[in-house]
Design a protein around this ligand. Structure first.
Ligand SMILES: [Zn+2]
Length: 106
């Protein structure tokens, strides 16, 4: 379960596999129970929308689909790439998330 805590809402992540490999995006939602994340602009799928009214005629729209959390890595601004994350307990007892490549707090 710990691995699900490594990615949070509003994190910037890099896709490491699939058709959107290499893309970066902001995490819109984390679906913890499913182990999936919804990333802005990534893993888009066409969706048919039912006609609701004159103003909302429906049709085909593109929406982000949740993807497996293991398909993304947290983006480290220091390393400028997706990295593995770890945790470190600071001297004040606060737990911080760090980049396992450069040690920066991310
Ligand atoms: Zn780093």
């Amino acid at each position: 379960m710990l691995k699900f805590k490594k990615i949070k809402k509003d994190d910037t992540v890099v896709v490491i596999t699939g058709k959107d490999k290499g893309k970066m995006g902001r995490v819109l939602r984390v679906l913890r129970d499913k182990g999936k994340v919804l990333v802005e602009g990534v893993n888009k799928a066409k969706k048919h929308v039912r006609r609701i009214s004159e103003e909302l005629p429906g049709g085909i729209t593109e929406v982000e689909m949740p993807m497996d959390i293991s398909n993304v890595m947290l983006y480290c601004p220091e390393c400028k790439r997706g990295v593995r994350v770890g945790f470190r307990v600071e001297s004040d007892g606060k737990k911080v998330r760090i980049c396992r490549s450069c040690g920066a707090i991310v």
